[in-house]
Design a protein around this ligand. Structure first.
Ligand code: PLP
Length: 367
């Protein structure tokens, strides 16, 4: 059996992409908000059910720019249980991350722990909808309103996710999506900021284009965050297939749940109230009553050609540039620390054969 990785990017039929490339070759418009860029922004607003969306070269630059757009400074409360780009976007803005522990059932930022971490320097909260499962958005907004804080969601995993009110991307002041190759919807590399009003969208558009307004005006120290026409064209084609891709993911998710539900010591993380899920990841917790440790299972799976990933281990707060912060102390983060020791994300992607899910599940059950 060829190696099975935690994910495999979804790609549309190559021949369907050629006409898009022909258009780019004949127009010679390669970037700078060209026609495919404009079309994709419009198409994604409609598909996702959001008002304004600014495409980016990737989610990391989008997070950095989102903080700039709202002029966030000082301290920002965030989660240690995420991909390192979440906190890096703060450091790139000279902002001090303040880590707060996660909720044991969702592994998202625990709102009950936020208030104790607020200081006079706190200006914002940056939660993550980990694995595409929505945060407790109402509780977070209540705290933000009480303390006059902004909320920027790292929604890198949250493409297409809805709760009873519609798109989860509409919560907070801004949300940031990733269209990286490993994501549910990919443009090879890419990302977007979702914002509720046109004024903010215009500011974000300036910031992602060096701060340029017209030919001779520069209104802010912007960056180059623009998505190219190649990536935007691919996005338009990917959008035609994304519902089908999510449906295939749903089948894999259901198969794992069915086969692993009786395995002692394996806990499959449950969805958290989303009305429409995207099945971006399949995280399990390898608990104390499982016969071997998480790392032993991880190694055994790898030795047999299956490559799960320990998302998110190590915690961001354990990396050298963060671990000196007072909030990075593990005693402050017991739930995140335990989850990082137990979690294993199993392979899930549209083309994964259910027979392979059977094999992986049987392997896990047989230890
Ligand atoms: C939670 C989270 N935030 C941010 C990013 C960064 O996204 P990108 O690779 O598009 O820069 C990722 C993953 O890549 C992620 O998982």
């Amino acid at each position: 059996m060829p190696p099975i990785y935690v994910t495999q990017p979804y790609l549309p039929p190559l021949e369907e992409f050629i006409p898009y490339l022909q258009k780019i070759w004949s127009s010679k418009v390669l970037t700078n908000g060209g026609p495919f860029h404009q079309q994709l922004e419009q198409a994604l607003c409609e598909y996702l059910g959001v008002k304004h969306l600014a495409l980016f070269t990737n989610a990391t630059i989008a997070l950095v720019t989102a903080l700039q757009a709202l002029r966030i400074t000082g301290e920002v409360i965030t989660t240690p249980y995420s991909f390192v780009a979440t906190a890096h976007s703060l450091l790139w803005n000279g902002i001090k991350p303040v880590f707060v522990d996660v909720d044991p059932s969702t592994l998202n930022l625990n709102p009950a722990k936020i208030e104790a971490a607020i200081t006079p320097q706190t200006t914002a909260i940056m939660p993550v909808h980990v694995y595409g499962h929505p945060c407790d958005v109402d509780a977070i907004q209540k705290i933000a309103d009480n303390y006059n804080l902004r909320v920027i969601y790292d929604a890198a995993h949250t493409f297409g996710v809805q709760d009873n009110n519609g798109s989860v991307l509409n919560y907070g002041d801004l949300s940031v999506l990733s269209f990286h190759a490993t994501k549910v919807f990919n443009t090879f590399e890419g990302g977007a900021i979702i914002c509720p009003d046109e004024k903010t969208k215009i500011r974000i558009d300036h910031l992602k284009n060096f701060g340029h307004v017209g030919e001779v005006n520069v209104v802010a120290p912007g960056i180059n965050g623009k998505m190219s026409e190649f990536n935007a064209a691919l996005g338009l084609l990917q959008l035609k297939y994304v519902d089908q891709a999510i449906l295939l993911r749903k089948k894999i998710d259901a198969a794992y749940r069915e086969r692993l539900k009786t395995v002692k010591g394996i806990h499959c993380l449950d969805p958290t109230g989303e009305k429409v899920a995207n099945f971006a990841y399949f995280p399990i917790l390898v608990q104390g009553d499982y016969p071997i440790s998480r790392d032993a299972l991880y190694q055994k799976l790898k030795d047999s050609g299956i490559h799960p990933r320990r998302y998110f281990y190590p915690l961001i707060s354990d990396f050298p540039m963060y671990r000196g912060l007072p909030s990075a102390n593990r005693e402050n983060l017991p739930v995140a620390t335990a989850a990082a020791q137990q979690v294993l994300c199993l392979p899930i992607y549209p083309d994964l054969d259910v027979a392979v899910v059977d094999e992986i599940s049987s392997f896990i059950a047989a230890q």
